[in-house]
Design a protein around this ligand. Structure first.
Ligand code: FUL
Length: 481
């Protein structure tokens, strides 16, 4: 009898537990490829072409192939510098606006194959892609839609050329994590010797939907970047700073590559029609390409740290450009700054001071352990604290057990359920009562909040949310020195 009763109780409990569904998602949600991209957070750009040797930022398109001749090209050194900096991937300018190709494309003579470098036998794309694979970095490609060298730029034939080149890059160099479409286009150029100015309509000329299909077919896991995505959006400036707020959602249909409303891209749209997170592209030097005259103008580690807070810390990613020099290596000054930047990040984030705290919430979804408050402390992004559907302004307290000093709070939402929280506040327990020390808007993938605090209890209050929260992480850190 007792056994039957126990079995029945267990059965009922199991039924009740399984009846607690995870919250329904809110608004647009990330695709699996976007989720994988969100994990990267920090990766690099390599701007390298004839400009490196002509001291220009935008080549005209008439540069002789002979100018491309790095004296000591070393892909392992370039990739090693990125790896040592803690970058998770590298995107190479396989072809910039000048049209010179860093790989021996079958479709043009304007490439490394007609340069003196390695007697025309070299392939920069292959060497960088191979070194990335060897050093466990992801590899991405930049193929400028604007081509100031090609005779057909502005005509339909050029679109065929562009797609042929994209196919080469997407089939011959292994897995690609990101394809980067630059919005700059149309203007003066060499254009096969014809010269003059060519204007295109960025809304129609490139026929992006059909190019998207090619990328999806050849590299289904690759994210495509442009002013309008479709997977990752431009942040609207080249200073490395996302807006505050910076929503990961956008009314995408209002945009095409090359026709951007920079101010809106900086902040995103809420709720937005698409999941389209922002990427902050910025160079470690004033220019995108290497100029010896800028050797003393490399960003300082402290400045890079500020950029990290203004990009990754606002839910975007940081795409930091490292320009290889005329040797074909990353310059010593850049390496020094990157090393120190890495050291500062590690000194800051290696130790989560919230570890060991006790988390309690005023509401836990269905009282189910799967949605427990403690999930915010387990270091996993796929577990989260959530509440009953009606509890959209709950609070969660971390009891640290003793006074702890920190000046950074890291928050993460569980992205597969969408960006749910509009506004939050953070309180500390002080003199026998709660005192607010910070508040903010969007959270998304990551929100870094700065504020000097010493306390034994921290509270996160959800002030406004479109749906009950799903918080994956609350971390406390002390900025490294
Ligand atoms: C811009 C280009 O015009 C720059 O040269 C650089 O490549 C930067 C990343 O994007 O639009």
């Amino acid at each position: 009898m007792i056994r039957a009763f126990t079995t029945l109780t267990l059965l009922l409990a199991a039924v009740a537990a399984s009846a607690i569904e995870p919250p329904a998602h809110y608004g647009p949600v990330p695709s699996p490829r976007q989720l994988a991209w969100h994990d990267l957070e920090f990766y690099g750009f390599l701007h390298f072409t004839v400009n490196t040797f002509t001291d220009k930022e935008w080549g005209f398109g008439n540069e002789p192939e002979a100018v491309f001749n790095p004296t000591a090209f070393d892909a392992e050194q370039i990739v090693g510098a990125a790896k040592e900096a803690g970058m998770k991937g590298l995107i190479l300018t396989c072809k910039h606006h000048d049209g010179f190709c860093l790989w021996p494309s079958k479709f043009t003579a304007h490439s490394v194959k007609n340069s003196p470098w390695k007697n025309g036998q070299g392939d920069v794309v292959k060497e960088i892609a191979d070194a990335c694979r060897k050093q466990d970095l992801k590899f991405g490609v930049y193929l400028s839609p604007w081509d100031r060298n090609h005779k057909d730029y502005g005509k339909p034939e050029y679109i065929t050329y562009y797609r042929n080149q994209l196919r080469e890059l997407l089939t011959n160099y292994g897995p690609i994590f990101e394809v980067w479409y630059d919005g700059a286009n149309g203007g003066t150029g060499y254009y096969g010797g014809a010269g003059g100015k060519r204007r295109i309509d960025p809304r129609t000329y490139y026929d992006w939907p059909n190019t998207t299909k090619i990328v999806r077919e050849l590299q289904p896991d690759a994210c495509m970047f442009s002013d309008a995505g479709p997977d990752v959006r431009w942040v609207g400036n080249e200073q490395g700073t996302a807006g505050d707020p910076c929503w990961s959602t956008l009314n995408r249909d209002n945009y095409v590559p090359g026709l951007a409303d920079a101010r809106r891209l900086n902040c995103g749209d809420r709720p937005g029609t698409h999941w389209l997170p922002a990427e902050c592209d910025v160079s470690i030097r004033p220019g995108w390409f290497y100029h010896a005259g800028e050797d003393a103008r490399v960003r300082t580690p402290k400045n890079l740290m500020d950029l990290y807070f203004a990009s990754v810390g606002r839910g975007a990613s940081l795409l930091l450009n490292l320009p290889p020099d005329r040797r074909g290596r990353i310059h010593e000054n850049d390496i020094q700054s990157l090393r120190e930047f890495r050291r500062l990040r590690e000194a800051t984030f290696a130790k989560d001071l919230a570890q060991g705290a006790k988390a309690t919430a005023d509401n836990v979804r269905g009282q189910d352990q799967r949605f427990a408050a403690a999930n915010v402390l387990d270091g996993k992004r796929d577990t989260y604290w959530s509440t009953d559907a009606a509890a959209t302004t709950p609070e969660i307290v971390l009891d640290l057990g003793k006074p702890v000093t920190f000046n950074i709070v890291r928050l993460r939402e569980h992205l597969p359920l969408g960006q749910r929280i509009d506004t939050f506040a953070l309180d500390q327990w002080k003199d026998g009562q709660w005192a607010e020390f910070a508040k903010g808007t969007s959270i998304g993938n990551c929100r870094l909040v700065r504020g000097d605090v010493t306390t034994d209890k921290v509270r996160l209050r959800i002030v406004k949310a479109a749906a009950c929260p799903a918080i994956a992480e609350i971390g406390l850190f002390a900025e490294g020195k």
